[in-house]
Design a protein around this ligand. Structure first.
Ligand code: FUB
Length: 338
């Protein structure tokens, strides 16, 4: 993830045009996964810090060490930082880089799902359990068996099943895996080959493990063909999210190096999903990562940008903006700076 040049940006002007402002400003937060639990909004973000690690394409400068949960009584109320909910030092298997998390609620327990690098430098996904949506969470001693790569997003379907979507290329290491097996020699496909796909697995009843083999999530173009690796304005990069609207499943994701949040629509939580457009145009900062959440009958995009840090790519701030649907179910594209 290279550092973008932001020298030419007038941040005062940009902030005036921004469709929303950071929800909190006393620390940097990113990758917001938002949920409504018991009528209140809870946001599970990454907690960005400057770990003093030089920029590189592996994203090593994203050296996060803990998670804080942000809560809001309503969409217009102040956002509250509830303090440290889980720290790297309390996760036995993890060594560094606590990246984008998500959370789920089941039977009175709350589950924080998070990626981190293990002692061998390979990303895996862990679970930590708590009695409150704001934590503290106690991590399981081992990561989820069969998990790899980054950016877990957990979707609860109406039948009570929970699915985890995950994966990310480049720093997220997805290109090192084929058929769920790691090989250091694996690389990205060629531009005219199908792009690497995000992954999905149903969770066990206790939400602590996968209940089935990890499967690929197909993202198809308008002709029913898989998107190609060279189609980098549409192909999957990272930041999976799933939500359901009017009986359809919407899989949304970041295109990474082209900086769009896109979506694809399907009839099953496993897909296939057909590419349907953009939700968010590029923000300031290299990464773009979001979640979509219904709050009191309206739909909101939780996202981040680097405007508060004046463009520092790994010092981001969580924001929220309403999204709207057209009659045909398509989503109106948001421009973060009108
Ligand atoms: O926050 C670290 C990484 O940056 C996330 O895991 C990616 O989705 C990107 O936002």
């Amino acid at each position: 993830m290279p550092e973008d040049s932001t020298e030419e940006i007038d941040f005062n002007e940009l902030n005036k045009k921004a469709i929303s402002q950071p929800l909190i400003t006393h620390m940097y937060t990113a990758d917001p996964s938002a949920h409504v639990f018991n009528g209140k909004i809870y946001i599970y973000p990454s907690h960005d810090i400057d770990a003093g690690i030089p920029f590189n394409d592996n994203g090593d400068h994203f050296g996060m060490e803990d998670y804080h949960v942000i809560s809001m009584d309503s969409i217009d109320s102040d956002a509250v930082d509830n303090g440290v909910a889980l720290h790297l030092k309390d996760v036995a298997w993890a060594e560094r880089q606590m990246w984008a998390p998500d959370a789920a609620h089941k039977d009175g327990k709350y589950y924080l799902f998070f990626p981190a690098k293990n002692k061998e430098g390979i990303f895996q996904i862990g679970v930590a359990v708590g009695d409150s949506p704001i934590g503290p969470f106690v991590a399981q001693p081992k990561p989820i068996s069969g998990s790899y790569s980054i950016d877990p997003a957990v979707f609860e379907d109406e039948d009570g099943s929970y699915y985890m979507y995950f994966g990310g290329i480049w720093g997220g290491q997805l290109q090192k895996f084929r058929n769920n097996i790691y090989d250091e020699n694996n690389e990205l496909p060629k531009p005219d080959e199908p792009a690497l796909l995000p992954l999905v697995a149903k969770l066990t009843d206790d939400l602590l493990e996968f209940s089935e083999d990890v499967k690929e999530v197909q993202i198809l173009d308008e002709h029913g063909n898989l998107l190609l690796e060279g189609d980098n304005e549409r192909r999957f990069f990272e930041a999976s999210w799933l939500h359901k609207y009017n009986g359809k499943y919407y899989f949304s994701y970041s295109t990474g190096d082209t900086h769009f949040i896109c979506y694809a629509i399907g009839d099953s939580p496993y897909g296939p999903f057909t590419y349907s457009g953009r939700i968010l145009n590029p923000v300031v900062g290299w990464t773009s990562h979001h979640s979509i959440c219904e709050v009191e009958g309206k739909w909101y995009l939780f996202y981040h940008d680097s405007s508060l840090s004046k463009g520092v790519t790994h010092l981001r701030s969580v924001k929220v903006a309403e999204i709207t649907y057209n009659e045909d179910g398509s989503i109106v594209t948001l421009d973060p700076y009108k």
